[in-house]
Design a protein around this ligand. Structure first.
Ligand code: PLP
Length: 397
């Protein structure tokens, strides 16, 4: 039985069209895209075409797209570039629910490069505390404001266009980690005042190890990976041509999906799934704002249920879901995102994230809902009989 994959915020399946576009660059067109001879023209042209495809998705100019190894590198590059650009300004401001690609790198800049950081909280529904944001941006000291477009665990959106206007009024660079939003919600940098944006192909049906940084033509990018003169001197290293081609194709397909009924289809599948669980099981609730979230993400609390045990029973039923972000799988620590929203450890450890994709069908969601109802009923029954609770043992890390 093939798995029922509901962990699409961790990664997605490569679409056949993406693989097909990549194949020639894994086989006959293997030349180095930076070589001068004719044999290198197909890969060079393919890289240029991919740059246009990514720019079209974002409403950017192709010259503003720099290919990277993924979202983490794009986030690191943007932060380092913005935080170290102006000697008098070394302040970094970001939320307390950012991905480690931002959070741990800002800590690194603070500990090793003379930066300071201010971390702004979210409200219990996962939205940004805008009063705290206003107070945190210091026109004399803040270099960069970094906010994710949508959260990886709850799907909750931050108001990026508004934040960009506020940042601009204080001379602060705005970087957005849009890794989870791309392909699932409209994202445009056109006339937005956004300086930097990170994206990653494997989150929207492209290959792993390929991503991009948007760096506005208004800013001077400080390269983070230095080496050869690739990417117009902005990122050293031989171009990952198959990965870049796959990213470009995935971006083109994402743009077409966003113009179609796909976002509404996902939202109604997700809402139907949630409504079925809420009516069948006591106490089930959505973690995060009900409306201001990605249409594919459902983060639910099942009171009285040990999430790792629930995930284990779902795994037995062939269903992949997650108890936090992928990097935390196997750990029994409560999700830092849910605790940042003010939830108790108990609530965080009873929460599961289901994330859908354009490949998810209604029949699959019905099967998943039936399996969740069965598993939660079983776990609650065991608890009520005071039998030993089924606990998943954490995998040593
Ligand atoms: N930012 C967010 C919000 C993510 O969810 C992820 C991946 O989980 C990343 C950054 C890192 O992206 P990558 O896996 O391409 O390095």
């Amino acid at each position: 039985m093939s798995p029922l994959y509901l962990d699409n915020n961790a990664t997605t399946q490569i679409l056949p069209e993406v693989l097909e576009a990549m194949m020639p660059f894994l086989t006959e067109h293997y030349a180095n895209a930076s070589s001068g001879y004719r044999f290198a023209r197909p890969p060079r042209r393919a890289v240029d075409a991919a740059r246009e495809q990514v720019a079209a998705l974002l409403g950017a100019d192709p010259s503003e797209i720099i290919f990277t190894s993924g979202g983490t590198e794009a986030d690191n590059t943007a932060l380092a570039s913005a935080a170290l650009a102006r000697p008098g300004r070394r302040g970094i401001v970001h939320s307390n629910v950012e991905h480690p690609a931002v959070d741990s790198f800002s800590k690194h800049l603070t500990e090793n490069y003379g930066c300071s950081r201010t971390i702004i909280p979210v409200l219990p529904d996962g939205t940004l505390d805008l009063d705290k944001l206003h107070a945190a941006l210091d026109p004399a000291h803040t270099a960069v404001l970094s906010l994710m477009w949508a959260n990886n665990e709850t799907g909750v959106f931050f108001p990026i266009p508004e934040a960009a206007r506020l940042a601009a009024s204080r001379g602060v660079y705005l970087h957005t980690d849009a890794v989870q939003a791309i392909g699932k919600a409209p994202v445009s940098v056109r006339d937005s005042g956004i300086h930097f944006l990170a994206l990653s192909a494997h989150k929207f049906h492209g290959p792993k190890g390929a991503g991009a940084l948007y760096a506005s033509s208004q800013v001077r990018l400080r390269p983070h990976i230095t080496g050869g003169a690739q990417e117009n001197g902005r990122r050293g290293g031989t171009e990952n041509v198959p990965g870049i081609v796959g990213l470009g194709k995935a971006a083109e397909l994402a743009r077409l999906r966003l113009e179609s009924v796909e976002p509404q289809r996902l939202r109604s599948l997700r809402d139907r799934f949630e409504n079925r669980l809420i009516s069948a099981l006591d106490g089930v609730a959505v973690n995060g704002h009900l409306e201001l979230r990605l249409p594919n993400t459902s983060n639910l609390v099942f009171p009285g249920v040990d999430a790792p045990a629930l995930l284990m029973l779902l795994d037995d039923a062939g269903i992949c879901a997650s108890g936090g972000s992928a990097c935390h799988t196997g750990s029994v620590h409560p999700s830092p995102v849910l605790t940042a929203m003010g939830f108790s450890t108990e609530r965080a450890l009873s929460s599961v994230r289901f994330s859908l994709s354009c490949l998810t069908t209604e029949a699959e969601m019905d099967r998943a809902a039936d399996a969740v109802v069965k598993a939660v009923t079983r776990l609650r029954g065991l608890r009520d009989q005071s039998s030993p609770v089924i606990r998943a043992s954490p995998t040593p890390r």
